[in-house]
Design a protein around this ligand. Structure first.
Ligand code: AMP
Ligand code: GLY
Length: 422
């Protein structure tokens, strides 16, 4: 079978590597891909926003499955248009991707189907929003309703911060994504990411991970797309995972069917594990980045049949088979990230790092210029290691990272601290 994978990040390099290993695969194309995917697949200059061009490519290349990595094409309805053209795709329809595309939609679903999450209210005007936070007090969380590239959430420690966040969002900082504001109670506990494969009717457990969203060591500084991750998340015991499936994932699938928008693809639950158990912070309708880079190296079965079964509505019984080993990835980012990453600096030594046992270096924001590898984005490389436990994986990942010669880059040195603290 020929497969087309959409995206260009570290997540897509990891997906490409897993799909490339499948005995079912004939040819793998990645659009647009990156220098990492170029070494294992054919990169193609296709614009995912041009659905007609994607369909034409699929017909010309006899594509049996399209795998959509990022959220934007899902929310834009790429999977719907592919389905209309009779092309199978892994990922939710536009209506189902609202679980990621609209926080208000998801909160209302949680309320109706008894899914545990923070108490909330929705606003389309600033005055009632300001009155609400003044009545509730801080800490409180202010969110733009729509997709805001991970920047639309303000965890306000003071009332003044909450008021400023409301003014900023209604002032147009996130454009149409901020036409509505969701304000919710501040949840306490330990965060974890949980992934379930879904086929519209059923969900099976995939894996768990923990991300590091803040740019600075000790979880300080501005939020980023994620500075590193490990899998599994120790807080996601088998008991806790079973609770998440029963209390959050399964009611969500029932609710989406009741809404006439069955969810297929991967449902990524951002969770807060508190004293009373798991609560939903948010859903994403896709694989996480960098979580995928630590989950796929642990997968102990062929990924491609699972993606196909999700697209065809016939997932096998779960959970998916995972190795007992742990994986940890360190994001090597360009100096200046997340505000103004420096582009074009040269990177050397990736081959020596990749040669260490258990180590894979996933490309994200890189580009080749002749024989040289250059930084071409914020998050540039994901230095990933698999080992018997998180502590060993951490040692291996940093040993590999230290073989990379990149004066233009920086990383957090404490990835994994939460898993290692006890
Ligand atoms: P999100 O983009 O919704 O994942 O939010 C970004 C980050 O904000 C999350 O990873 C949490 O650390 C934090 N956050 C979001 N909502 C809440 C909440 N209700 N209580 C506490 N922290 C939150
Ligand atoms: N690492 C968080 C995300 O993919 O949204």
């Amino acid at each position: 079978m020929n497969v087309l994978l959409i995206g260009s990040g570290g997540r897509e390099h990891a997906l490409a590597l897993a799909i490339a290993g499948s005995p079912l695969l004939t040819r793998l194309f990645v659009a647009p891909g990156n220098p990492g995917t170029a070494s294992i697949a054919s990169n193609v200059a296709l614009d995912a926003a041009d659905h007609a061009a994607v369909i034409a490519f699929c017909r010309a290349q006899n594509i049996g499955l399209v795998v959509v990595g990022p959220e934007a094409p899902l929310v834009a309805g790429l999977v719907d248009d592919l389905a209309s053209a009779d092309i199978a795709a892994f990922g939710p329809t536009k209506a189902a991707a609202r679980l990621e595309g609209s926080k208000g939609f998801t909160k209302d679903l949680c309320a109706e189907f008894n899914i545990p999450t923070a108490a909330y209210a929705r606003f389309v005007d600033r005055a009632p929003a300001l009155a609400y936070v003044r009545a509730r007090g801080a800490p409180i969380v202010v969110k733009a309703d729509g997709l805001a590239a991970g920047k639309g959430v303000i965890v306000a420690a003071t009332l003044a911060e909450a008021e400023a966040a409301i003014e900023m969002i209604f002032g147009g900082a996130f454009g149409a994504a901020g036409a509505e504001v969701v304000i919710e109670a501040f949840l306490e506990g330990e965060e974890a990411s949980f992934f379930a494969l879904c086929d519209g009717a059923r969900a099976i457990e995939f894996a768990s991970a923990q991300d590091h969203k803040r740019v600075g060591e000790g979880d300080t500084g501005p939020n980023t797309g994620g500075m590193g991750a490990y899998s599994p998340a120790p807080v996601m015991t088998p008991h806790m995972s079973a609770r998440v499936m029963a209390e959050i994932i399964e009611p969500t699938l029932r609710g989406m069917r009741a809404r006439g928008a069955p969810f297929a693809g991967v449902l990524f639950a951002g969770l807060m594990i508190g004293r009373n158990g798991p609560e939903l912070i948010e859903f994403n309708a896709r694989f996480g980045d960098p979580e995928t880079q630590v989950m796929l190296p642990r997968l102990d079965e062929d990924l491609l049949p699972l993606l196909l079964a999700s697209a065809r509505g016939c997932l096998p019984a779960g959970p998916v088979k995972l190795k007992t080993e742990a994986a940890l990835t360190v994001v090597y980012a360009a100096k200046g990230y997340p505000d103004a990453p420096m582009r074009g600096t040269e990177i050397a030594g990736v081959e020596s790092a990749s040669a260490l046992p258990g180590v894979t270096v996933y490309h994200a924001g890189t580009r080749r210029e002749g024989a040289r590898l250059l930084a071409n984005g914020g998050r540039v490389l994901n230095v990933t290691a698999v080992a018997t436990n998180v502590a060993e994986a951490q040692k291996r990942a940093y040993a590999a990272l230290d073989l990379i010669d990149w004066p233009g880059g920086f990383c957090r040195r404490d990835i994994g601290w939460r898993a290692l603290k006890d």
